[in-house]
Design a protein around this ligand. Structure first.
Ligand code: SAH
Length: 248
């Protein structure tokens, strides 16, 4: 019987994995990885390690979660170290918890290694803080995806509108317009600043600033940040960009 490490790879920049995550990746006999993982990381695996791609594009083909769980179980019985590599953090909309539950119920030891979640890393690249003294003292990480079986949203955006200062929305690219409408109904001003960061740290990265009144659906994967921190962050970024960095 082996053990399974459920590891966060961070967003697209391979340098954003933790030292612990990298060490386990180097030791792994099998690595089961997602679509939003920086592929450069796979070059750190040891010779002979089995690399298994379980990524799927939104709505696209790929193994189901049940199949991923079964794969992890199968490999855990066959080798010493399995690394399940998630984009960002394994427990932030990553289903790492379900994987560990499935394994533990079958007597397999598993452990989480946190990662830098895209919802915090993508805004940080553009100097946008989730909270900042005097500007925002609360933040919610939410999903914008609807529950197809229930035909409704997981998240009550109308209520959230008045309850937190900063909203960081995952998986909201295609429903952005609708989310904006609900936030406006919840009392947010159409002037509220919004940032959309698409494919952060990947080569096709895109950064858009807009307002809640103008927010439309975008291509995925994207992180949407709603709140005054956006305008403040962008102002800082513009300031910093006027400073030429000293030679490194
Ligand atoms: N566990 C991941 C999130 C997985 S859910 C994490 O902690 O980051 C998938 C969603 O994450 C995408 O729909 C998108 O909203 C967001 N996401 C992941 N990587 C991203 C990236 N590099 N740029 C922008 N959004 C990203």
């Amino acid at each position: 019987m082996g053990r399974v490490y459920i590891v966060g790879a961070g967003p697209g920049d391979p340098e954003l994995i933790t030292v612990k995550g990298l060490r386990l990746l180097q030791a792994a006999d099998v690595v089961v990885y997602d679509r939003l993982v920086a592929k450069e990381l796979l070059s750190y695996t040891k010779r002979g390690a089995l690399l298994v791609d379980v990524g799927k594009s939104p709505g696209g083909v790929g193994p189901s979660q049940e199949e991923i769980n079964e794969l992890l179980y199968k490999y855990a019985k066959a080798v010493d170290i399995v690394v399940r590599l998630h984009g960002g953090d394994p427990l932030v909309f990553g289903r790492g918890f379900e994987e560990c539950l499935y394994l533990a119920e079958r007597g397999i030891y598993c452990e989480f290694v946190p990662g830098v979640t895209s919802g915090l890393a993508a805004p940080a690249k553009y100097y946008i803080p989730p909270v900042a003294r005097g500007i925002a003292s609360s933040v919610a990480l939410v999903t914008g995806r609807e529950d197809p079986s229930k035909g409704r949203r997981f998240v009550n955006f109308r209520k959230l509108a008045g309850a937190v200062d900063t909203l960081i929305i995952y998986m909201g690219a295609s429903t952005a317009g609708e989310i904006a409408r609900e936030l406006l109904e919840g009392g947010l001003s159409p002037e509220t600043s919004v940032a959309v960061i698409r494919s952060a740290y990947f080569s096709d990265e895109e950064f858009i600033t807009t307002t809640l009144g103008e927010l439309k659906s975008v291509a995925s994967p994207a992180i949407i940040v709603v709140g005054h921190v956006v305008a403040k962050g962008v102002a800082l970024m513009e300031h910093v960009r006027k400073i030429s960095p000293p030679p490194s």
